[in-house]
Ligand binder design. Structure first.
Ligand code: 13P
Ligand code: SF4
Length: 350
């Protein structure tokens, strides 16, 4: 069968597909109902066959749904881990099961590779909050200060920046660049909450921007209190894109992978991950003995990525993500500098 000919017949849940995907279902049966598996399995089989034939890899962010995260992704992780993987993979085709800025980061790091995003509308409220022109104005207003830019930004914004960071290396990046530039203040954009949370962990002063993650800004300290009241003894893990009062009320704050690492290391009896919904499902697969309390804030952008769209993307080799080479070259300097600095960090919340 040709790449473009996978029709409804091929996508039926046949006994052969049930057999071929049995092991994968064994992995996710804890979080994916059988009735849903009948819909997912034919896509999973078709995607895995096609990606092998095309020598493509699928990079899956921790917020992907479990059928993507556990059944078709070749590499999974937080933003930093996916950026590192994009830089080192030998595959000529990368399908980014994540949002647009992640695909752009892959293209910046691997300009010679074909980077596909299954839905180009998978954006990010942080990336949408700032433009390259905004950064140029900030640099005029605060001359002589380095610009530390969260990877959740467009290539244009990265190109105006001195170094990038992710939630797992932000403190280290801020301290390193301040030392290197011999300054006591840095500009850190665009997430004001991440900037405030970083500022609590360093003596470096931070000038921030008014961007926010539309998923994490919705959590409040009152939410944390109610999780604790309803679930005595629950361990609360928060993403540093949450408001500082949420991080302060939590037991631990870290990137998506740092939260997973915490569960693996400490094996709490009961845990709540104050972040996007799919995380708990994905981690529950790995740690079935841990009881996950699941408040649900969905990222509408991440949820645009589905199995049918991944299959379509591989079949049609769309939508290809491109970055203007001049912008990409400047953005790469900031991303490379981060990759040289950033060793993933974890910390306990205050
Ligand atoms: P991580 O780098 O922690 O995976 O975060 C990415 C993101 O988009 C969180 O909202
Ligand atoms: Fe952006 Fe927030 Fe969605 Fe992450 S969860 S992609 S920061 S909107």
């Amino acid at each position: 069968m040709g790449d473009l000919e996978i029709g409804t017949e091929a996508l039926a849940f046949t006994p052969a597909i049930a057999r071929a995907t049995r092991d994968l279902y064994g992995k996710v049966s804890h979080v994916v109902p059988e009735i849903e598996w009948a819909v997912h399995a034919p896509y999973i089989k078709a995607i895995n066959d096609l990606k092998r034939r095309k020598n493509a890899v699928i990079l899956g962010h921790n917020y992907m749904t479990p059928e993507i995260f556990h059944c078709v992704a070749d590499f999974v992780g937080d933003s930093l881990q996916l950026a590192r993987e994009a830089a080192k993979t030998d595959a000529k085709i990368i399908v980014q099961a994540g949002v647009h800025f992640m695909a752009e980061t892959s293209k910046i790091l691997s300009p010679g590779k074909t980077i596909l995003i299954p839905d180009p509308l998978a954006g990010c409220s942080l990336a949408a909050s700032i433009t390259g022109a905004d950064v140029r104005l900030l640099k005029q207003k605060f001359p002589g200060l380095p610009v530390v830019t969260y990877v959740n930004t467009s290539a244009d914004v990265k190109a105006e920046s001195d170094v990038c960071c992710t939630s797992s290396n932000a403190v280290q990046v801020v301290e390193d660049i301040a030392r290197e530039w011999r300054v006591d203040t840095v500009i850190m954009i665009p997430d004001e909450y991440l900037a405030q949370n970083v500022a609590k962990q360093t003596s470096v002063k931070i000038i921030s921007w008014k961007g926010r993650c539309e998923v994490h800004e919705r959590f409040s300290a009152a939410d944390i209190r109610s999780y604790r009241e309803a679930n005595p003894g629950v361990v609360v893990l928060a993403h540093p894109e949450c408001p500082p009062e949420v991080v302060a009320a939590s037991d631990f704050a870290g990137s998506t992978s740092a939260m997973i690492g915490y569960v693996g290391k400490h094996r709490p009896a009961r845990v709540v991950m104050v972040t996007e919904c799919s995380m708990s499902d994905n981690v529950a697969v790995e740690f079935p003995d841990v009881d996950f309390v699941r408040p649900c804030n969905l990222c509408p952008h991440m949820k645009r990525i589905t199995l049918p769209k991944i299959l379509h993307s591989l079949q049609t080799m769309t939508v290809e993500v491109t970055v203007d080479p001049e912008i990409a070259a400047r953005a790469k300097r900031a991303v490379d500098r981060m990759l040289a600095v950033g060793k993933p960090q974890q910390r306990a919340a205050a």
